[in-house]
Ligand binder design. Structure first.
Ligand SMILES: Cc1ncc(COP(=O)(O)O)c(C=O)c1O
Length: 408
């Protein structure tokens, strides 16, 4: 076995050589690579001058906040809902989430309002809460979804808790998919949490499988309809990581009456979303089979990047008791936990050596990771060569920081 001090010196020399190399690598955001965006270039010009819908309306004109019928059908397939429950929005589902929370704020009133946040989670959900001064409560995330016993206990004790953020499939960043039991319990949570409680069901990675037979997520809206709680469900999704991240279409699904109320809320600020882009997406993706075939092409590009990251972690960190990580079956992230208290140090060491990582704490409300141990790795954007260099730096930082802490 190598003497730990000798290994520390070896790693320090390696680290110094990375610093000297002046690298500029970025593993921060889950963005598709240009090669993935290229898969959808046929969106451009696909309409070839045909702007009329089956019902004869012209997508170039004003109107239709809920979206064109053809895109609502596509959204229904994407979201596992019925077309009449679906609204098709602009290029960002995050924008719909923000708008929906804003819509609910007038209904919830000005009392203290709290949300449950399964952690680690998606930083931009937390930003929305901070914007509206909504207090966030951490809930641990298990392999099959959030700790439902804790969720039930908290909502039964505190009427100020009005919502929960869920990324139910290939969760950001932990990659978990909620089990059927978790989906069923979440569908019925409003029975305990009360009227106007909302489950924000952000299914951002609904079709983003890294394996041929991806995880199957039960339909929460169908379960909630059976339970009589459909009003509490707000499902969200988008084609951001299917077609163009900055020019896709988004979906929101809820009960028909709640959709009507949200449509009225939006009608004070707009006449309709970009229906030309909705039609382009329908012509390009066609239906769920079309989406599936398209996502298989994404998988060919993305899978080798995940494999590379996992191989590097395995080769350099396995069996050292310095980090644990997940091997996701889909989604955009690998979530890694360091030894407690080391994430901030590792991230700043990586930055010094030219590798930008998501800031420490970003996956927790208020940017505060209570154990300072979670690091989110986003492998999709860099090329394989860059990713390899970034991972070499990263694993060096993890091992060196762990040894530095151990040997003081
Ligand atoms: C969980 C989750 N929701 C939403 C988004 C953003 O979606 P959109 O591009 O539709 O706004 C992301 C992007 O990273 C995400 O990870």
């Amino acid at each position: 076995m190598t003497d730990p001090h000798a290994r520390q010196a070896e790693l320090q020399a390696l680290f110094d050589s990375y610093v000297d190399a002046g690298l500029k690598l970025d593993l921060t955001r889950g963005k598709p690579a240009a090669e993935q965006l290229d898969l959808s270039n046929d969106l451009d010009g696909i309409l070839e001058g045909f702007y009329l819908l089956q019902d004869g309306s012209d997508v170039r004109n004003y109107g239709g906040i809920v979206g064109i019928p053809e895109a609502r059908q596509l959204g229904a397939e994407f979201m596992d809902a019925r077309p009449e429950q679906v609204m098709v929005g602009g290029n960002s589902s995050l924008n719909l989430m923000y708008q929906y929370v804003e819509h609910m704020m007038s209904i919830w009133g000005t009392n203290p309002i709290k949300f449950l946040c399964p952690v680690p989670g998606y930083d931009r959900h937390f930003t929305i809460c901070e914007h509206f001064n909504i207090e966030m409560i951490n809930v641990p995330m298990f392999d099959d979804g959030p700790d439902m016993a804790m969720v039930k206990e908290l909502v039964s004790q505190d009427a100020a808790i009005k919502g929960i953020w869920c990324v139910p499939k290939y969760s950001n960043p932990t990659g978990n998919t909620y089990s059927k039991e978790t989906v069923e319990q979440m569908a019925e949570i409003a029975k305990v949490a009360g009227e106007n409680f909302k489950v924000f069901w952000d299914n951002a990675y609904a079709v983003h499988d890294l394996v041929e037979k991806g995880d199957v997520l039960a339909s929460i809206l169908a379960a909630a309809e059976t339970a009589g709680t459909a009003d509490s469900i707000v499902m969200l999704g988008s084609t951001s990581k299917v077609t163009f991240a900055g020019a896709g279409i988004s979906f929101l699904a809820t009960s028909i009456s709640r959709l009507k109320a949200f449509e009225e809320f939006l009608s004070d600020q707009m006449i309709g979303f970009d229906k030309v882009n909705q039609l382009r997406h329908v012509r390009f993706l066609k239906d769920s089979e079309g989406i599936k075939a398209h996502m298989a092409r994404h998988r060919e590009i993305v899978k080798p990047k995940f494999d590379l990251v996992l191989t590097k972690l395995e080769k350099h960190l396995a069996g050292k008791n310095m980090a644990t990580w997940n091997s996701p079956r889909g989604g955009y992230f690998i979530s890694l936990d360091t030894r407690p208290g080391l994430a901030t140090t590792i991230i700043s060491m990586a930055a010094e050596a030219g590798v930008k990582l998501t800031p420490a704490g970003a996956t927790f409300p208020y940017g505060r990771d209570p154990d300072d141990m979670n690091i989110r790795l986003a492998p999709t954007f860099p090329g394989l060569g860059e990713l390899e260099s970034a991972m070499d730096v990263f694993v060096t930082c993890v091992e060196l920081a762990s040894l530095n802490a151990e040997l003081v």
